[in-house]
Design a protein. Structure first.
Lengths: 389, 282
């Protein structure tokens, strides 16, 4: 990028900086003829955060977004921006802009006019200068006079972003904006989007079904399922300490092993897991008595051939047999059949410390107690499992 | 197998023959007729003697119905555009499950002959018909006012007969518009009216261009409406040509007038297409 363009981009991001207000959804509900898309949703999104609504298709995340944009009307509940209620405000009167899933760029207008559209409707002055600065921010100054169909998917995505951002919305809504891009481009755009958000400091609400995308970009993630929020928190919080089997399975992968609480001792909950006593920290135990699912992330599960010293002292299980080995370069993924007939997943970094283990090797399995979590047995163990496709 | 150098031309043969048979030969015949010696008659026979003065004579004698035809066609096209746009918009974007039924209803008049339908308008607009009675009762028409044999009746007939040719292309282009673009306009501070003017209308332009051409061209050459609903004061160029061919037997003048009409329409269409832009049409 040239220095001049760099300057223009900075002016664009300076111009966008502003005092935002937090977005608050209260008991928001949307019923359609045959089903309830969003069920009494309560949510507060602080100004300036990158917020992700994550969930499988049909979970209500896009409907939620459309209600914030004003494209769908809630059945009940309210939407507030700061102190102002905007529940029934017309979409063109809301200080909210959307980056649509398929970009929805106007095919009859060139890039410059697409980006200028919102400013022209509001009769803003020096539109051309602002558009140029905004195009510099998304590095498309040279393409200003092209029509959208002449551009690549990634470029169209940036135009859609510029077209929404230039209006300095208090909240920018992104509806699966990277869904149509191929994997490599998507990774690049994720970093780009996060950079722009940090630069301009606006509130971004990002709807996606891609958990990796949500974790890469968002400050806070709300995991949605069947019209309700299952859990909300920072990516690390959700990943390390899921509260439901849905979150445990949908956000990354988890081993969930049936067990029963045997004793609670201050900060530690002891669980009898197929005859082995394992301990779980109290703040990660979401059930204190009776049956539960002991959860452990595959990369926390260590395997060693029988008799070798285990790296992690702690919960220790014997009698495993490796049934499947997938070598994926950076890591190796093992499936270990345990004596009670369940296969556990283990991801191991290929550090070269010892050779990759072969199928049929008898192994011991262990993990550090502080990484495990305990979920209520009443929850479906397969909830949120992402089908391999 | 090596593809022959002339394969492309062979493939063009059916279309070429079709064009030759139904366009080039009749057009050549018409052009020849327009250059007949005007002294010829059915009895003495006709000669092509490149009598270009036929064009000047035809224009001098018949400029009035010619201009009237273009004027009536333009007014009828404008009315068709307004009515047709509203109808096509409603069918394409608001009709929901009634869409197919409404489209069939637009086409339904074609199940009856053009002539019969125009004749029925003669009854509807008749001097003692209910339309004239109602207008007289409302003082919109004088006591001896009438609709038949007025420009209003002829233009109304043109509008009625050519409206479907406006509605169908408009419908086709409105129906193709992605609803998310209209949502995006709303999201970007465009009120429904601004959104329509800045997004829907420009995107329906191919339909507007196709619809106006399909309406204007046949309307300008029409003679049924003027013959049945008008009087000699409303006669259009189509009536003149028909009369010259079938009654007067002045083939040279009829041919010259036909060529003039065709040339004017082609020139107007070319200017129109240039200014309206038709990259989407072709």
């Amino acid at each position: 990028m040239s220095l001049a363009a760099d300057g223009a981009a900075h002016r664009a991001s300076d111009r966008l900086q502003g005092e935002g207000r937090s977005l608050r959804l209260t008991a928001l509900t949307k019923e359609f003829a045959t089903f309830t898309a969003v069920r009494s949703l309560d949510l507060e999104i602080p100004a300036g955060t990158f917020f992700a609504l994550l969930g499988p298709s049909g979970c209500g995340k896009t409907t939620t977004l459309r209600m914030v944009a004003g494209l769908d009307t809630p059945t009940s509940g309210t939407i507030h921006l700061g102190a102002d209620e905007i529940t029934y405000e017309k979409p063109y009167r809301r200080p909210v802009n959307t980056v649509f899933q398929n970009y929805a760029l106007f095919p009859h207008l060139d890039i410059h006019e697409n980006v200028a559209f919102g400013l022209r409707r509001r009769k803003v002055k020096d539109v051309d200068k602002q558009v140029q600065e905004m195009l510099a921010l998304v590095e498309l100054e040279a393409q200003a006079r092209k029509k959208p169909p002449q551009m690549s998917g990634g470029q169209q995505q940036r135009v859609a972003l510029a077209r929404a951002l230039i209006n300095r919305p208090e909240v920018l809504l992104l509806d699966e904006p990277l869904g149509a891009l191929d994997l490599k481009l998507r990774r690049g755009m994720q970093i780009e989007l996060k950079r722009i958000q940090t630069e301009v400091g606006l509130t971004f609400v990002h709807v996606t079904h891609d958990q990796e995308e949500a974790m890469t970009m968002a400050d806070t993630i709300a995991v949605m399922n069947s019209g309700v929020i299952e859990q909300m928190g920072s990516p690390a919080e959700l990943y390390e300490n899921p509260r439901t089997t849905f979150v445990a399975n949908f956000l990354g992968q988890s081993n969930l092993i049936a067990g029963a609480v045997s004793s609670t001792d201050g900060d530690v909950v002891r669980v009898d897991m197929h005859g082995t006593q394992v301990s779980i920290l109290a703040d990660r135990a979401h059930v204190r008595s009776g049956d539960g699912w002991v959860g452990i992330r595959p990369e926390k599960v260590l395997v060693e051939p029988l008799g070798e010293p285990l790296d992690a002292p702690g919960n220790h299980l014997t009698g495993g047999v490796i049934t499947d080995v997938s070598f994926v370069g950076v890591s190796t993924q093992y499936l270990v059949m345990m004596p009670w007939g369940q296969e556990l997943m283990s991801f191991e970094q290929n550090t070269g410390r010892r050779p990759v283990l072969a199928t049929g090797t008898k192994v011991d399995v262990s993990w550090r107690p502080e990484f495990a979590f305990l979920l209520p047995a009443s929850q479906d163990v397969n909830a949120g499992v992402v089908e391999e496709s | 197998m090596r593809r022959g150098r002339f394969t492309g031309y062979w493939l063009m043969l059916p279309a070429g023959l079709w064009l030759a048979l139904f366009f080039v030969i009749p057009f050549y015949s018409l052009l020849a007729t327009s250059l007949f010696d005007p002294e010829g008659s059915v009895l003495t026979g006709y000669d092509v003697d490149y009598h270009f003065a036929n064009f000047v004579d035809a224009l001098q004698q018949f400029w009035e119905p010619l201009v009237r035809s273009l004027w009536y066609a333009a007014v009828a096209t404008a009315i068709c555009l307004v009515l047709g746009y509203v109808l096509a918009y409603a069918i394409a974007l608001k009709a929901g499950k009634w869409r197919t039924l409404l489209l069939v209803l637009v086409i339904a008049p074609f199940f009856t002959s053009f002539l019969v339908r125009t004749l029925s308008w003669k009854l509807i607009l008749a001097d003692d018909g209910f339309v004239v009675d109602t207008l007289q009762f409302l003082q919109l028409l004088g006591d001896d006012g009438r609709l038949l044999a007025t420009p209003v009746a002829v233009i109304a007939g043109l509008v009625y007969n050519f409206l479907p040719f406006m509605v169908l292309p408009l419908y086709a282009s409105l129906e193709k518009i992605d609803g998310r673009l209209i949502e995006a306009a709303g999201d970007l501070y465009a009120s429904p009216t601004r959104g329509f003017l800045k997004v829907t209308l420009p995107l329906s332009k191919p339909g507007v261009v196709a619809g106006t051409l399909l309406t204007f061209i046949p309307a300008a050459g029409d003679y049924i409406n003027a013959a049945l609903l008008g009087s000699p004061n409303q006669r259009m160029v189509g009536n003149v040509i028909q009369n010259l061919f079938t009654s007067t037997g002045d083939y040279a003048a009829a041919g010259a007038l036909s060529v003039i009409l065709m040339a004017i329409i082609v020139a107007m269409v070319m200017v129109y297409i240039r200014t309206a832009g038709t990259e989407e049409l072709v």
